[in-house]
Design a protein around this ligand. Structure first.
Ligand SMILES: [Ca+2]
Ligand SMILES: [Ca+2]
Length: 197
């Protein structure tokens, strides 16, 4: 049988080791990530609507939530993405540029999009981009989710890593793409970009 004192000593040694491990693994420098946040309360901020030009009709406009009778995610204003998919084609998005620092950088993008209903058929791709090129065509934007994932506001997000780069300007875009022949409107609000060196 182990002597109680030996057991206590072993226990104290374990606690001491654990504490020293915690101490050495703690970050020395606090994270210096930067977040760009836009809720569209007073305008588009740095964001600009854009399209691949293939939709029959489209618009991205600011909309007061009172007109829709459904509260926005944040504040009083949101964007309204209108896309007429009757050509069975067309991609629309908002885009902006940000400066990222040199070195290894992670860019996290999130935004909220509201679907009227939940469903798995006839959904439209939710698309996003973060990279060095000005997005111009449907294939420039990756599919990062689908509309109708759930009824109500849904948070969509994606992440891009830039390894060992020089300081540079990148483009960020968030949008939707039509794959079903109907006109639709999706509210979008609170777009956030976080740059983490
Ligand atoms: Ca808002
Ligand atoms: Ca563009």
């Amino acid at each position: 049988m182990t002597h109680p004192r030996a057991l206590l000593r072993a226990l104290l040694l374990t606690i001491g080791l654990t504490l020293s491990l915690v101490a050495t693994s703690a970050p020395v420098v606090a994270s210096s990530s930067v977040t760009y946040r836009e809720s569209f309360e007073t305008g588009f901020g740095e964001w600009k609507p854009d399209t691949d030009g293939n939709a029959r009709d489209w618009s991205i406009e600011r909309e007061l939530a009172i007109q829709t009778m459904v509260p926005p995610v944040d504040g009083f204003w949101q964007l309204s993405y209108y896309l007429d998919g009757t050509f069975d084609d067309g991609t629309i998005w908002i885009e902006r540029t940000i400066d990222i620092p040199a070195g290894d950088v992670r860019v996290d993008v999130s935004f909220w999009l509201r679907s009227m209903t939940a469903g798995t058929i006839n959904t439209w791709p939710v698309v996003g981009y973060a990279g060095p090129d000005d997005p111009k065509a449907e294939q420039d934007l990756a599919i990062i989710g689908q509309t109708e994932e759930m009824a109500g506001w849904t948070k969509y997000k994606f992440q891009r890593n830039f390894a060992n780069k020089d300081q540079e300007k990148i483009f960020v875009a968030v949008g939707i793409s039509a794959t079903w022949e109907t006109p639709r409107t999706y509210p979008v609000d609170l777009v956030e970009i976080t740059v983490t060196p």
